[in-house]
Design a binder for this molecule. Structure first.
Ligand SMILES: Nc1nc2c([nH]c(=O)n2[C@H]2C[C@H](O)[C@@H](COP(=O)(O)OP(=O)(O)OP(=O)(O)O)O2)c(=O)[nH]1
Length: 142
């Protein structure tokens, strides 16, 4: 962001580093065409007045049909196409949640073990976020 750009020009996109049993969930986008086939952290845009953690829970319910909770913010934020910035939270499934299914925006989901985290074709702009998340796969969400 250039100096003097009002903070309100940014829209936060929340991404979930959903961790379960030492694995990270990656989701393959089905749209729009320029992002389709690439992998991302599931999530979406925070609505005006909404807490990012609440947006994350809402998006994961809509997109994956799961009941999840945000655990902690992963430090940093990463620019997407203006005016969006990506912020990431670790997240976990609530007890009794259904397993994730690609209901909306995605056509495939994959649980990645730490040694396989780079086997999917992450969106370029997600790579630094995934790099930040990867050490947490061995420690798990706190
Ligand atoms: N969810 C998500 N979006 C990402 C990531 N990386 C990335 O460039 N994006 C882009 C894709 C979209 O242009 C935008 C988020 O849009 P979205 O389509 O997921 O969000 P949404 O459900 O709130 O969207 P909408 O259809 O309601 O407008 O950010 C990522 O890791 N996760």
């Amino acid at each position: 962001m250039t100096p003097g750009t009002p903070m309100t020009d940014r829209t936060v996109v929340v991404g979930a580093a959903l961790l379960d049993g030492g694995q990270l969930l990656a989701a393959r986008r089905s749209a729009p065409a320029d992002l389709a086939g690439r992998w991302e952290l599931p999530g979406g845009k925070v609505e005006p007045g909404e807490r990012p953690e609440d947006a994350l829970v809402r998006e994961l319910r809509e997109e994956l049909g799961i009941e999840a909770e945000a655990v902690e913010r992963v430090p940093g934020q990463w620019p997407l196409r203006a005016p969006y910035v990506l912020q990431v939270w670790t997240a976990r499934l609530r007890p009794g949640s259904p397993a994730p299914r690609p209901l909306q925006d995605h056509d495939e989901l994959r649980w990645l073990t730490p040694d396989r985290i780079w086997e999917v074709d992450w969106l370029d702009q997600d790579v630094p976020a995934v790099r930040e998340v990867s050490p947490r796969l061995t420690t798990g969400p706190r």
